[in-house]
Design a protein around this ligand. Structure first.
Ligand SMILES: NC(=O)c1ccc[n+]([C@@H]2O[C@H](COP(=O)([O-])OP(=O)(O)OC[C@H]3O[C@@H](n4cnc5c(N)ncnc54)[C@H](OP(=O)(O)O)[C@@H]3O)[C@@H](O)[C@H]2O)c1
Length: 348
């Protein structure tokens, strides 16, 4: 666990204790907590959209109640203080936001909890925790796969295969690392924009394959041995990029940050891989750059509208790989681990 994650867990734990004790933040001194502890238990709603080993949670001061993430909550669930979300329908979340008046903590298991943030929960009264850190391996692996697909052109080979044609131009003797083309990760200059938990997982794998990795984030500095720059350095970094990997969260601040001006700063052969959120890309500008061959191509796992509408021009673009938001979404045994950490101090 990183220091930042540890700190987030500690904040969540502290908040949970306040909720359990029925105290406001200003009332919570250690002495106060010891004197005021009440025997009432919290109610925590957990989703049936994943398998949970509830046995691992026995002994904690919480009543666990299963709920269906695709239906409105039953009456006996709406007084819960804690809600864990995973693949909930938007109707379910909107209903919960309107009816759960005692709710104080939401643990989303998604790294980007945009569904929860858009549902109308009161951010000032409810602590919302993301599942960042839970999906690092699977999303990093998918990003690596999309990069290799782009460089090695597996997508084009498959197109030819389905037509019963031999893609001779992709086989046989080939130049090694030709200038002005993205054909390999070896010596490729890869820029990871959104250098968080997933980026930190991906970076050493790319380095192991010979890529030169740099990052962009809100805060500059060296992270895990990788030089990470602020966005103000993008005009210098983009022209020196063979592959741009976007792993940004979806928010107002990241909306359309990959715009026409920045696309023009990339070399014509550069590929874009997006496994963050579709809203960080200005689709009109990207489609225009693809059509005019101002960039090499784009491998996209996330889109402004999902599922990608049938009439989206992305489907028919030659150098576009459409991946159906498949990078993350793989349930592991993480839910019980996360909850175990959150409730750990209360078990003593
Ligand atoms: N495709 C999928 O299936 C899938 C699965 C999981 C996650 N995701 C997406 O991936 C995103 C990142 O996940 P993560 O776990 O790596 O999150 P994270 O650890 O929170 O990292 C987010 C990174 O983005 C940077 N950032 C945030 N706002 C920015 C801004 N306005 N401008 C520039 N950089 C900004 C942060 O910079 P600082 O570090 O300087 O704060 C941080 O480096 C999630 O929010 C989610 O949307 C997609």
């Amino acid at each position: 666990m990183t220091n930042a994650q540890q700190s987030n867990y500690q904040k969540a734990i502290s908040r949970l204790h306040q909720i359990q004790l029925g105290l406001s933040q200003s009332e919570t001194t250690p002495q106060h907590q010891a004197a005021s502890r009440r025997p009432n238990r919290m109610k925590l709603l957990y989703p049936t959209s994943l398998k949970l080993n509830t046995k691992s949670l026995e002994g904690f001061g919480v009543d666990l109640v299963a709920y269906d993430v695709k239906k409105t909550l039953p009456e006996d669930a709406i007084d819960a203080e804690c809600l864990v979300t995973w693949c909930n329908s938007s109707d379910n979340l909107k209903d919960a936001a309107g009816r759960m008046k005692k709710l104080r903590w939401i643990q989303s298991l998604a790294a980007g909890p945009n569904d929860v943030l858009n549902a109308g929960f009161s951010a000032s009264e409810i602590t919302i925790c993301t599942g960042s850190g839970l999906h690092d391996h699977t999303v990093a692996e998918h990003a690596l796969g999309l990069l290799l697909n782009s460089a090695r052109r597996f997508f084009e080979m498959r197109d030819y295969q389905l037509q019963g044609k031999w893609p001779g131009h992709l086989g046989g003797p080939q130049p090694d690392r030709p200038a002005g083309k993205f054909t390999t990760l070896r010596d490729a200059r890869v820029l990871i924009w959104g250098f968080g938990n997933i980026g930190k997982t991906l970076a050493p794998w790319l380095t192991a394959l010979g890529a030169q990795v740099r990052g962009v984030a809100r805060h500059a500095g060296v992270r895990d041995g990788v030089e990470v720059y602020g966005e103000d350095k993008l005009p210098e970094l983009l022209p020196e990029t063979d592959a741009l990997v976007m792993i940004l969260p979806g928010s107002e601040a990241t909306k359309h940050v990959l715009n026409a001006e920045r696309l023009k700063q990339l070399p014509n052969h550069a590929w874009i891989v997006n496994v963050g959120r579709g809203t960080s890309v200005d689709d009109e500008a990207l489609l225009s750059a693809l059509e005019k061959e101002e960039i090499g191509g784009a491998a996209l796992d996330v889109f402004t509208t999902e599922p990608l509408p049938e009439n989206s021009p992305y489907w028919k673009q030659k150098n576009v790989v459409v991946s159906p938001h498949a990078a993350g979404g793989r349930e592991r045994k993480f839910w019980s681990q996360r909850t175990y950490v959150a409730f750990q101090p209360d078990k003593a």
